[in-house]
Design a protein around this ligand. Sequence first.
Ligand code: GDP
Ligand code: MG
Length: 435
Amino acid sequence: LFEGLQEKLSKAFKTLSGKGKITEKNIKEAIKMVKLSLLEADVNYKVVKEFIAEVTEKATGEEVLKSLTPDQMFIKILRDELIRVMGEKSQLSLVHSPSYIMMVGLQGSGKTTSAAKLANLLKKKGKKPFLVAADTYRPAAIDQLITLGKKIDVPVFCGDRKNPVKIVREAIKEVKDSGYNVVIFDTAGRLHIDDEMMNELEEIKDILNPDEILMVVDAMAGQDAVNSAKIFNERLDVTGYVVTKMDGDARGGVILSIRYITNKPIKFIGVGEKIEDLEEFHPERIASRILGLGDVLSLIEKAEQELDKDKMQRLGKKMLNAEFTLEDFQEQLKEIKKLGSLSKIVEMLPGSPKVDINQSEKELKVIEAIINSMTPEERRNPKILNASRKKRIAKGSGTSVQEVNKLLKNYEEMKKMMKIFKKGKLPFNLKGFKI
Ligand code: GDP
Ligand code: MG
């Protein structure tokens, strides 16, 4: 995903990080490269224009030029701007009971699949979904939804299979007082926008007065998708978008343009063909992915917010004086735990490495057990840990000398990490770092 865009942007960063000195000239050069990479990623030219204007204004400011890490300041500016054009996270607004969700979009965009995926997602959240197959235009569409419904154990209503308006009216009666509280209506698309389709959709919309009208667009369709998103919105006043096929080699144009062009939020993204492959849209995650950062920046922000600042400063000072002990490490681990579950932290790391969370949580427990089995003196001065002390600690913590040694090695790594943090550099190598 976004491979081309990512590659080109990282080249732009390199024009900055390679240079010893940052000047207005090489920042301009970097911005030019960003502009080209956005245009090549098929981002709408209006979006690119405003994006570049904003970035230029922020990046040529004093703060960036004088900053010790201008390349990272630049990345942060880009990231903030990417998030801004994609808009803030927006959730479904289901106020009625039952609430109606109408799926609309062109043929092949992923409406039927997304309807079932959404039913599945809502079911997992404790809702009682019900599906309605109102696409009578495409012969196999109804059976496709029925098959999907069976897979997730959600009922599918298809009435007479002939008249979409009639199907919709009957479905309303069917769910009334049934206990189903979200009804998702799959509708018919066409290969291109035409009046027959739009009229049908308008008629269904008038009957339903739906809580949500979600337009499904194919990320691979580029500017065509953005253009049809605009037209659908003008006709139907949609409430949001589902951008599908984000698992393919979509270039980024759709996801970066839709919000700006339509002023309506993306609510979900489709990331594969399987029923589970629908995610809520998190603009900050996408921005980080585009920049190849994982979610390191938000991890750092989170860390800054939640870690005890005084404690961190105290630990930081100790680091500088090279007195960072295992006792401090112990405190550090406690702070890290405050960040939330390990799985959440791992999710935010670059390249979202597939890590066995249970395994990592176990390792963390082992580490704590080992440190707890040390004497305060040993924690303060690990150098005194000879073979017999290690043996004692291993026994006391129910671990092995090998594990004690591994911890000591990690502790040394941690010291190195802390030094990098102190210098204000991003921990791009966090991926290989094990706690
Ligand atoms: P509709 O005509 O709008 O109802 O589109 P469908 O739901 O029938 O989907 C068209 C094709 O796109 C099907 O083969 C789906 O499996 C596929 N599809 C839908 N969403 C995704 C997605 O997020 N990723 C991938 N890879 N394929 C998808
Ligand atoms: Mg369909």
